[in-house]
Design a protein around this ligand. Structure first.
Ligand SMILES: [Fe+2]
Length: 262
């Protein structure tokens, strides 16, 4: 019996085409696991509904939040950090593993769901974060739907500290899973470089090496490509928006098979 650890991200199920793709997402073996690396949807009930369906099919489902899960609307009563806590609570209740849970082990490899956000440090030298955001010609919706509700740089710094403490405590090989890339290189493929401001933090640059990762999985850019940094593959596993097209050289198998065990 071969069991596979699969990975997907950026399901964006509010698009009917994407919902249909997610409906067809089934394991090859009853023991298969699935990583969902953020951006399932914007509304919490849609996130919970989608992951409930996937948890019914896959043995284990591991989720990390993307920026879209963190989007607040002015009419929402629960926002900012409380919104993340609400998501974690509701997903734990359906048996999905979150970045707040003990890291599960697949074969001999620890799968680490991370939540490290972004802090505008993917910017040109000589600019402050504020100047970089002010000068950006293209801005992500995060500035309207996340930034007004929380100090994102502080939250990011807090997440880095929390996550380093947890990773420091674990030996052995790991698969690191995060919505945002852990290194800046994948953002060099973006058409609009300004968008990199919302794509990660320089604080995680050495994590893959430091924490003995055999692979790092991410989403967010909607450019499903592999980036080798310091000899380790950083693989984007996004589904993306139905209207996006990717040049054939960056296409990855989807869902992406991270590893197999007998
Ligand atoms: Fe995203």
């Amino acid at each position: 019996m071969v069991r596979t650890l699969w990975a997907v991200s950026d399901l964006h199920v509010t698009f009917p085409e994407n919902q249909a793709t997610v409906d067809r997402l089934v394991p090859q073996d009853l023991g298969d696991w699935l990583i969902v690396a953020g951006d399932v949807a914007e509304r919490i009930p849609d996130v919970v509904r989608t992951l409930t369906a996937l948890k019914q099919r896959f043995h284990t489902v591991i989720w990390v939040p993307g920026n879209h899960e963190l989007f607040n609307r002015t009419t929402d009563r629960v926002n900012g950090k409380a919104r993340y806590r609400a998501l974690v609570g509701q997903l734990r209740a359906i048996g999905v593993i979150t970045p707040e849970d003990p890291y599960p082990v697949f074969g001999r490899v620890t799968v680490c769901p991370l939540f490290t956000l972004y802090d505008y440090s993917f910017r040109l030298p000589g600019l402050t974060a504020q100047q970089a955001v002010a000068q950006a010609k293209v801005k992500l919706d995060d500035e309207l739907a996340i930034a007004p509700y929380v100090n994102i740089e502080q939250w990011c710094a807090g997440r880095i500290e929390y996550t380093e403490d947890r990773l420091d405590a674990i030996r052995g090989p790991k698969v690191l899973v995060n919505h945002w890339p852990l290194v800046i290189e994948p953002t060099h493929r973006l058409r609009f470089q300004d968008i990199a401001l919302w794509c990660g933090t320089t604080a995680t640059r050495d994590w893959a090496v430091k924490y003995n990762a055999i692979m790092a999985i991410h989403g967010h850019l909607h450019i499903p490509a592999e980036t080798r940094v310091d000899g380790i593959s950083h693989i984007e596993v996004s589904l993306g928006y139905p209207f996006e097209e990717h040049p054939p050289h960056v296409q990855r198998p989807w869902p992406f098979p991270v590893m197999q065990i007998n």
